[in-house]
Write a protein that binds this ligand. Sequence first.
Ligand SMILES: Nc1ncnc2c1ncn2[C@@H]1O[C@H](COP(=O)(O)OP(=O)(O)O)[C@@H](O)[C@H]1O
Ligand SMILES: [Mg+2]
Length: 380
Amino acid sequence: MSAAPGGATARGAGNGYPAIRVRHLWHRFGAHEVLRDVSFDVARGEIFGFIGPNGAGKTTTIRVMATLLEPMAGRVEIEGLDVTMEPESVRKLIGYMPDHAGVYERITVREYLEFFADAYRIPSLGVVDAVLELCDIRELQAELVATMSKGQKQRLGLARILLHDPRVLILDEPASDLDPRARIEIRDLLLDLQSLGKTILLSSHILSELADVCTSVGIIERGSMVVAGPLGEIAERLAARRAAEAQGQGTLPAAGVVPWPAPPGQAAAPAGPVPAPAPAPLVPVPAPCQRECLKLRVLGDPGAAAFALTGGGAGISGILDVQIVGTAVHVGYAGGDAKVAEIVRVLALRSIAIVGVEPERNELERIFLEATTRPAGAAR
Ligand SMILES: Nc1ncnc2c1ncn2[C@@H]1O[C@H](COP(=O)(O)OP(=O)(O)O)[C@@H](O)[C@H]1O
Ligand SMILES: [Mg+2]
């Protein structure tokens, strides 16, 4: 791969700035308010899943990040550089892949990449080989682009945006329309890119596309951020909220983005729309409690297992929350393997037949269900 982009400034190369910082972003098309006070950070090295239904405002937010759309209010910084003030420098830092990105079909894969390397004034020798290798399309280099599968074209699109060795990748729905194998290949490629130190933001309206790749998420609905942050942190916040609710501490604020202070010297108030009040602070997470999760499968009624762990007088300390999800019981706990052993022992003593105990590796689905609203009329 080539060296770092030449134009990176001290800030662009800089320490202490998140890879992406979005603050109080507002946008409307005509009378349609599309973004309402959107704020979130993506820390360096994260794979950030930007999740929301169609029409939620993902592409609009991404187009602002990619310097293609000027927001009506608010700001976006890439590694400390303001996308509106310094678009040229930002473009050197980012690799942007739009949704439905087209490719030139009637040239070979290598010609395609050499063409773009020339257009970006990157000496193509070596760089094209490096991205062909990285994106696992080297064997296809002499083939016509038109003969590639959708998944291969998507990898070619990624190879193209990697030519200038950007540090931040912004990918709009990169896995939509791909078959399962192609999706897995893209996922593996994203993990490789993360291990090379890239920060990756990718959007999707399909939760399961992101479940096994993201380290942090932002969920957007109807132009507003519902929740954002590292997966583990969000899970802890939601667990703390559940625990507080269970203790009858009244109605607590919905899990949401941490309120952002306006950047120094910059008023947060936008010129056009009036911003909604900052979200209320979240429930603090009790200090050194390392929350883990497991899925229990039992013979018979999962409710009996849940009752045994919560209301059944089991008296197990360290159980943070218990939920029945389908036929399984999801248990949030603290205390490591010893606690798992205790849970199993208690259930066995109550003659509950356990047929499976597995760690809950990814909580994205649960976070999503808890953090978002249900469509009106939907059954739980
Ligand atoms: N150029 C545009 N002109 C008018 N409306 C637009 C334009 N682009 C997007 N919208 C509208 O803004 C809303 C958000 O769109 P978008 O950001 O593309 O959502 P997402 O990517 O989450 O599906 C949608 O209702 C869409 O119809
Ligand atoms: Mg979109």
